[in-house]
Design a protein around this ligand. Structure first.
Ligand code: CP
Length: 329
């Protein structure tokens, strides 16, 4: 067990070693048990977390805010547009000043080619730890909650388990590529054979793909890419974990209307009962939410017996509390 996480940032999924992620999981399971028993666990009494949002949220805001209160502290919700950021406060001011007011700074900024640089720039100037609530490259807290959920459903030994990370059709907007990127980086470290499936235009960042291949080699796990217009059904074959969500075609075009045109060609990439039949009988269906119901996934699957989406959303709370307790105490 590695426990030296005090004041550490969590911005990219690989910022914590595998052993450190194991520690986070152990603490998260303990905190989940304590909450179930009504045992108080005020490890962050009088500590305050700034939650700076440049983009909307349901789960991330709710779980960080509730988590800080349950740890005995407070979370300050700050929408970027209500600050002076548009009037001159740069990452230097945010890092220097918020780093002195707050015991941790959590930031969500998913703007393409902007968000991750912004979070790293704030980190350079902050004396408090920086927690990435999602940028355009990574969604590390979602991924920790996902890993916790998979362990709950499939056990701690995930070797030879097949996990499909698949693109899915959704018309609402060009969603960030951070969730699939985080998954392909983190899951090989825990033994899963990952199959990434997407239509040809929905590639992930080449440097992330290289890192994911490297992790798979290092941990002796499989990493296969299916990049064909009809690859979804094929990818689901014999899967233990089906994680299918939409993301944008940002690596093909940064033009939103061109992206929407490309997306519209792939309406058949919906997770439905027929496709789920190709997976193992006890396969779990995962999605970080929000999902476009009956567009990205049928309600039959989302509300069906194989779906674990609400346990997955709950685990955001426990995984985040673990990281906050370990980094901010
Ligand atoms: N999964 C997730 O990050 O949800 P929100 O966008 O609602 O925070």
């Amino acid at each position: 067990m590695q426990t030296d996480l005090h004041r550490r940032d969590l911005i990219g999924d690989l910022d914590f070693s595998k052993e450190e992620v194991e520690t986070v999981l152990d603490v998260a399971f303990d905190l989940k048990r304590k909450r179930a028993l009504g045992e108080l666990h005020p490890y962050l009494r009088d500590k305050v977390l700034a939650m700076l949002f440049f983009f909307s949220s349901t789960r991330t805001r709710g779980s960080f805010e509730a988590g800080m209160a349950q740890l005995g502290g407070h979370a300050a919700f700050i929408e970027s547009k209500t600050t002076q950021i548009a009037h001159g406060d740069t990452p230097v001011e945010i890092g220097e000043i918020f780093g002195r007011y707050y015991d941790g700074i959590a930031i969500r900024h998913v703007d393409w080619k902007v968000g991750n640089n912004y979070i790293n720039d704030v980190a350079k100037y902050s004396r408090s730890p920086i927690l990435n609530m999602q940028c355009e490259i990574y969604h590390p807290f979602q991924c920790l909650a996902d890993l916790m959920t998979i362990i709950e459903k499939k056990g701690r030994d995930l070797r030879r388990r097949k996990m499909v990370v698949s693109w899915a059709y959704a018309a609402s907007y060009q969603k960030p590529i951070s969730v699939p990127q985080s998954l392909i980086l983190q899951m090989p470290r825990f033994g899963m054979d990952v199959v990434l499936a997407h239509p040809p235009e929905f590639k992930l960042m080449p440097e992330i793909m290289d890192l994911a291949q490297e992790q798979a080699r290092k941990f002796h796990t499989g990493f296969e890419v299916i990049s064909d217009p009809d690859g979804m059904e094929k990818a689901f074959q014999d899967a233990d974990v089906v994680y299918a969500k939409s993301w944008g075609a940002m690596l093909t075009t940064e033009d939103a209307s061109e992206g929407a045109k490309i997306i519209s060609q792939y309406k058949h990439w919906i997770t439905d009962a027929k496709k789920m039949k190709a997976a193992k009988d006890d396969a779990i269906y995962m999605h970080p939410l929000p999902a476009d119901r009956d567009v990205e996934v049928t309600s039959e699957v989302m509300d069906g017996p194989n779906s674990v989406v609400f346990d997955e959303a709950e685990n955001r709370l426990h995984a985040q509390k673990a990281v906050m307790a370990l980094t901010m105490a």
